[in-house]
Design a protein around this ligand. Structure first.
Ligand SMILES: C[S@@+](CC[C@H](N)C(=O)[O-])C[C@H]1O[C@@H](n2cnc3c(N)ncnc32)[C@H](O)[C@@H]1O
Ligand code: SF4
Length: 401
């Protein structure tokens, strides 16, 4: 599916120095001996994908895991293999502990122009409770290293709602992050994942689960602090200065195409979602034997397209254009406006359904063309209750069969 954001590539780097207590991402702490073979596999897979999909690559996102654990020149080899356009956005997720001046210089020379730093908190007590190894000073130093090398965009990730985090500590973390030279802030509500040390402690009753009211109050505080610092929300968990929005993520929320390189990487191309084999060993093996590491490919059904259009679009400030949708969905949206969870109006985009009656996914602020009462987006209170709003609307969708 084309989107106003072009086509992207997601590259997964599944290595970390140690596992944080809350994290269930596909990453390993005992496989650094595989890094060289893993990079070779990514390079050869990326080259093969580019032969198959020779069109422009407009953004590349190195996620993890901890991509900054790779030797920085190796990351540059994967960028070269993907051959992004000269003005492509190229993001690398880094951990402040493993991001040096040298990383910043080599990244900048490879075309990297966006750093996304996993910080989580600026409070040392909270950092220890989350199982993190860095401190507030590493963060300021890492932001300076990125800026000093001329990297244009810097994001910081924070997590709110750890049981040891007071409201005051959270305000201090957000304020400290905003006082660094960043143009983007991502704030995620701490989620207790089963199978993690945090999940085990909560299940055993030795740690408290995050409290909904505490997380809601902290969310409202982020929004206020960001707005007064000149960063606006553009997706439920993301705030940016104008021009600092992440194109790769915007493409994902707009239902756009992106290739997937690396173990456990997910992609979406031409109406099908797919993901690669999960472990680095199996990825290296699949690339070197069959050349095809895709584990599962799922064509998107009509029902999937409706639901994804709703779920992804509603996360964004642009919202979703319900023109042409079933009357029951539009009526439900109007009811949600009446109770202050949605706001109607705004600006329209190309219709959400193409001529075959299928949802079209090229909807976004950048492609807007005029006022439109059928567009709906979440209010601040609606953002706090987003899953409720989405399931209310989705319950009135046709079943697609
Ligand atoms: C895959 S991590 C990569 C960043 C990098 N590895 C780091 O942590 O420094 C991306 C982000 O997901 C968020 N995250 C991971 N697990 C989470 C959880 N259980 N609850 C909320 N946020 C989570 C964190 O903010 C993290 O920075
Ligand atoms: S949060 Fe980041 S550093 Fe921590 S285990 Fe997950 S991917 Fe690794």
């Amino acid at each position: 599916m084309s989107s106003p954001y072009g086509t992207g590539a997601y590259v997964h780097i599944p290595f970390c120095e140690r596992r944080c207590d809350y994290c269930d991402f596909a990453t390993w702490t005992d496989r650094s001996h595989l890094m060289a073979a893993y990079v070779d596999a990514c390079v050869s897979h990326a080259q093969a994908l580019r032969r198959e999909h020779p069109g422009a690559i407009d953004h590349v996102f190195f996620g993890g895991g901890t991509p900054s654990l790779l030797p920085p020149d190796d990351l540059g080899r994967i960028v070269d293999a993907l051959q992004p356009t000269p003005d492509a956005e190229i993001t690398v997720e880094v951990n402040p502990d493993s991001f040096s001046d040298r990383h910043a210089r080599v990244y900048a020379a490879s075309g990297v122009n966006r750093i996304s730093m996993g910080v989580q908190s600026m409070d040392d007590e909270v950092l220890v409770a989350l199982g993190r190894t860095h401190n507030r000073d590493n963060v300021a130093q890492a932001v300076r290293a990125a800026r000093g090398a001329g990297i244009e965009h810097v994001n910081v990730d924070l997590i709110y709602g750890s049981p040891v985090e007071s409201f005051r500590s959270w305000i201090a973390s957000v304020s400290a992050a905003l006082s660094d030279d960043i143009d983007h802030l991502s704030c995620y509500a701490l989620t207790v994942e089963p199978g993690t040390p945090l999940g085990a402690s909560v299940a055993a009753g030795t740690a408290r689960a995050p409290d909904d009211d505490d997380q809601a109050a902290k969310y409202e505080a982020i929004d206020e602090l960001c707005e007064s610092a000149g960063l606006s929300w553009y997706e439920i968990s993301n705030w940016a200065r104008p021009g600092g929005e992440c194109r790769h993520n915007q493409n994902t929320w707009a239902g756009g195409n992106y290739l997937a390189v690396g173990a456990a990487a997910h992609g979406f191309m031409d109406g099908a979602r797919f993901w690669n084999v999960r472990t680095p060993e199996r990825y290296i093996e699949a690339v070197s034997t069959t050349g095809d590491p895709v584990a599962v490919r799922v064509p998107q059904s009509l029902q999937d397209r409706y639901v994804e259009t709703l779920m992804l679009g509603l996360r964004t400030r642009t919202g979703v254009d319900l023109a042409g949708w079933p009357d029951a969905v539009i009526q439900t949206a109007a009811d949600l406006v009446d109770i202050g969870l949605l706001v109607a109006g705004g600006r329209s985009a190309p219709p959400n359904f193409d001529q075959s009656g299928r949802p079209s996914q090229t909807r976004d602020a950048d492609s807007c063309h005029g006022a439109d009462g059928q567009r709906f987006s979440l209010t601040r209170r609606g953002r706090l209750l987003a899953s409720h709003v989405m399931s209310e609307l989705a319950s009135h969708l046709p079943d697609g069969r």
